[in-house]
Each structure stands twice: as structure tokens, then as C-alpha cells.
Write a protein that binds this ligand. Structure first.
Ligand code: ADP
Ligand code: MG
Length: 458
């Protein structure tokens, strides 16, 4: 192994990386690393209690109690690592990684499993660490997360399952712009055929029509959890986004609309519904991708061939459904649900496990289907950029995770984001160059100005 490392150092002679690899080789540099796969940690430390691990990393009781409070983990401190949910485990691993002594913090896909509140809070926490002089590398598919934190970005391009190339460093705002445009200027290189445009919605929403589904005084009681929805509706040609914390009842509400669980109150729907649940398991499905889609719409090739190609499904048609990766399975299920004929489409976390490009392609597909065919949709997700892009209006869920959820009326995107950011006391603004929302540095001029004006999201 040490020979290999020396060869690597030689290979990068004369570059910045030579110095870095040298320091790494001579253990002159400490790295704290959060891997993408968080379940590796369960195998190693599953029997340990959260509090035991944290205690060994903090310098004082006070620091410990601050951390428990800041990350809202007092109620899981006594649990064993193996008992945590995906989101809880992600959060704990992030905290452990950031507490370990380090020169460099390496964070691989921390936003997975985390709700929109936690994503914004972790960005804000990392931003403060950065201000105090920390060096951080993040790998992520959430554009707003990257835009809020990064000073420079490397665009990684190439061919799936064949090769990947890191671009040279580019200023973050510009780098994200170039990534979206599909052209890396410094390298004079095209990485994609088409530019991705996010700031302008592909359609105007002036033609939003009559109610497709509406609800009134809906009440759902589950074991230990209750959900209330006063009133609201989703109209023809309208896409309603949903944001809220994990465990606040988003999926429960989706199930009620889809007619899968019991509720009190009124949900009016003479409409037909096509529904993609948040959790699904294809491991027992021995059928092919083609057979799977055919169950939803046997004629799909005729009408949606172009989308099959764009979403990367065209090459997978004879693959078995149970052999697909998480991202491929997600794409397949969303595609199938959307090509089925229905009036209302309900998509519970359609962007989970997808990379940035797949997310944007899926968002465009959702908008095309709803707008071209005069349908309606409810889309639940935690990615600020994508929820804003795909939605005509947004429902904010409030309440107390695990206990009580309140479903607000759909409101204008900006008002919805404003509401959720106000509860976190964090302000965001759109980047001038790339239009992606970005967190303001705490107590900076813009942060104070926006708070004064009650414009938490502009
Ligand atoms: P979200 O989608 O917003 O993360 P869910 O709607 O999945 O939240 O869950 C809301 C709450 O209801 C959670 O506390 C969850 O544990 C609980 N819950 C969900 N399904 C059931 C069920 N079938 N029985 C009892 N509790 C449930
Ligand atoms: Mg859910």
C-alpha cells in the first residue's frame, strides 16, 4: 500500500495535490469523513448508545447539551445506533464527523433521508464552521445545499459505469452555472447536449382551472399521531408541492388522498388517481422494466419514447425490476405512475436517490404531463430547488413530528418558503448569477435586512 501511495505522490509532482497527498501519506493531515453509506456505521457501532459516542467526542457537558439542543436530538440520545431511523442516523453521523478532530471535513451525501428543515439547518451549521476556518469538502445532489456552502466546485462528468473526470476548480456560482449550461469553459468541454434552465418555468400557470380534488375538515388518527387538514384543493393544470419535517404526516395525507387509509371529514374526488408511495420494495418483482410499465400503460412506447430516452429508461427495458439501483427504480416507478391515465397524480418523494440531472429531467417530465394534458399533481419532496421549480403552489405541513400534523392551505411558493424559513430563523436569497437559493451568513447585512423586512426567502 505505501508503495502505491508514493507512486501517487510522484504522479502529481509539481501540483497542489502533491503537497496534499504527501501530508496525507505522512499522516500530517487529519481527515474526518462521513461516508455516503451510513449503514456501515451500524455494523461497527450498532450496540453503542448515541450519548456514549457523543460524550467521548465533546470537551464539556455544556458542549454536549448545546449539541443535543441545536440538533434537536435530546429524545434519541439514549437510543442505540442500530435503533435509529435513516434520518436520525444521518444526523448523528454528521454530528460525530464534525466533532472529530480534523484538518479536513469530508461529507459525502449528507442530505439523503433528511427533511428540508434539517438540510437547511445543517447547511447553516456548516456555513458557521466554514466562517470559523474549517476546510470542508461536500458531495451532494441538492443544488441549494452546494450553492449555500461552496466557494469552489468541481464538476464531475463522464459516462456511467465507465469513467468519471473531475473538472479543475471553478468558482461555485459560476461552476454551478457551467454545470447547468452543459459547457465547462476552462476545459472547453461539452458535458451534455442541452442546457438545463431552472429559473424560468417552462409554462405560465395562467390557465389553472377548476378543482380536481378538494378537502374539508379532514382528521386522521393513527396510533399516537393525528393529522388535521382544514380545507384546500388542487386544481386542473396545477402542481401543488408539499414541504414539511419528517414524521409530520405528509405521506399519511398522500395516502388519504389516494384512498388508501381511513379518515374523518370530506375529500371530494370524482377523479381518478395515480399514486407513487414514498417507500416501495421491488426485490420480489421478477418481471422486466417493460412489463412493469405496461401494467400502467401498455401503449407507453408510442407516446413517451422521447421521455424514456431522456430519463435513461430506454436501455433498461429488458432488465429485471429487482436488479435496478435505487435511482433507476425510483425513475421507473415515477415514470410508470405518470404515463398511466389519471386526473390526479400523487408523487411522494419522487427525487429521492436521483442525481441532479435525473431530478431535473423528472421535474420537467412531471410538468409536461400535468400541463400538456390538463391534469393535476401533488408532489412531496425536500429539495428546495426542485420543489420550487416544479410547483405552482405549496402546502407547508406544521405541527410536532411524530405527534401532530397540520396541513395548511396551498399558497404561493415564496410565501410557503418564507413560512418555513421563519420557523428556523434562517434567511435565503437567490444567487445573482445562477438563481439557486442560498443561505445568508448569520447576522450578515442581508440576513439582518431580510429579517427586518420579514423576507426570509427572496
Ligand atoms: P412524513 O411523510 O411527513 O415523514 P408520515 O405520514 O409517514 O410522515 O408519518 C407521520 C406519523 O405517523 C409518524 O409519526 C409515523 O410514525 C406515524 N405513522 C405512519 N403510519 C402509521 C401507522 N400505520 N400506524 C401508526 N402510526 C403511523
Ligand atoms: Mg413521508
Amino acid at each position: 500500500k505505501s508503495l502505491d501511495e508514493k507512486e501517487i505522490i510522484k504522479r502529481f509532482r509539481g501540483s497542489e495535490l502533491q503537497k496534499y497527498f504527501e501530508r496525507l501519506h505522512y499522516k500530517d493531515i487529519k481527515i474526518s469523513y462521513k461516508p455516503q453509506n451510513i449503514y456501515v456505521f451500524v455494523k461497527l457501532y450498532g450496540e453503542k448508545k448515541v450519548i456514549e459516542i457523543l460524550e467521548s467526542l465533546v470537551k464539556s457537558k455544556e458542549e454536549l447539551s448545546n449539541i443535543l439542543k441545536e440538533f434537536n436530538i435530546e429524545n434519541i440520545a439514549e437510543r442505540k445506533i442500530k435503533e435509529l431511523s435513516g434520518g436520525e442516523l444521518q444526523k448523528i453521523l454528521f454530528i460525530i464527523t464534525s466533532l472529530k478532530e480534523h484538518d479536513l471535513l469530508l461529507i459525502d451525501e449528507v442530505t439523503n433521508y433528511l427533511d428540508i428543515y434539517e438540510r437547511v439547518k445543517i447547511s447553516s451549521h456548516l456555513l458557521e464552521m466554514k466562517e470559523k476556518g474549517d476546510t470542508i469538502v461536500i458531495i451532494d445532489h441538492d443544488l441549494s445545499f452546494i450553492n449555500s456552502l461552496a466557494d469552489i466546485v468541481h464538476v464531475v462528468y463522464g459516462v456511467q459505469k465507465a469513467y468519471g473526470v473531475f473538472s479543475s476548480p471553478i468558482g461555485a456560482s459560476d461552476g454551478i452555472n457551467q454545470y447547468l449550461s452543459g459547457f465547462i469553459r476552462k476545459e472547453n468541454l461539452k458535458i451534455r447536449d442541452k442546457a438545463i434552465k431552472l429559473d424560468v418555468k417552462p409554462y405560465t400557470d395562467k390557465k389553472i382551472g377548476k378543482d380536481i380534488v378538494s378537502w374539508k375538515k379532514v382528521y386522521i388518527k393513527l396510533d399516537g399521531f393525528e393529522l388535521m387538514a382544514d380545507e384546500g384543493s388542487i386544481r386542473e393544470r396545477e402542481i401543488v408541492g408539499v414541504i414539511g419535517r419528517n414524521g409530520i404526516g405528509k405521506s399519511t395525507f398522500a395516502k388519504a388522498l389516494a384512498g388508501e387509509i381511513k379518515y374523518e371529514g370530506e375529500i371530494s374526488k370524482e377523479c381518478s388517481i395515480s399514486y407513487k408511495p414514498q417507500y416501495f420494495d421491488f426485490s420480489d418483482l421478477e418481471i422486466t422494466v417493460h412489463e412493469f410499465i405496461s401494467r400502467f400503460n401498455p401503449e407507453y412506447k408510442k407516446d413517451y419514447n422521447e421521455y424514456l430516452v431522456r430519463l435513461g429508461l430506454a436501455d433498461l427495458l429488458d432488465h429485471r425490476v429487482n436488479s435496478l439501483s435505487g435511482g433507476e427504480a425510483q425513475t421507473l416507478y415515477c415514470f410508470s405512475v405518470l404515463v398511466k391515465d389519471a386526473d390526479l397524480y400523487i408523487l411522494d418523494e419522487p427525487f429521492a436517490f436521483l442525481d441532479i440531472e435525473q431530478r431535473i429531467n423528472m421535474a420537467k417530465f412531471i410538468r409536461d404531463i400535468i400541463k400538456l394534458k390538463d391534469k393535476a399533481a401533488l408532489v412531496i419532496d425536500h429539495d428546495v430547488v426542485l420543489v420550487d421549480y416544479v410547483s405552482d403552489s405549496i402546502i407547508v405541513f406544521e405541527g410536532e413530528p411524530g405527534k401532530k400534523g397540520v396541513v395548511n392551505k396551498p399558497v404561493e411558493n415564496k410565501i410557503a418558503f418564507n413560512k418555513f424559513l421563519e420557523t428556523l430563523d434562517i434567511t435565503m436569497r437567490r444567487d445573482e448569477k445562477n438563481r439557486i437559493p442560498k443561505i445568508n451568513k448569520k447576522d450578515s447585512y442581508l440576513d439582518r435586512l431580510q429579517k427586518e423586512r420579514k423576507e426570509f426567502y427572496t
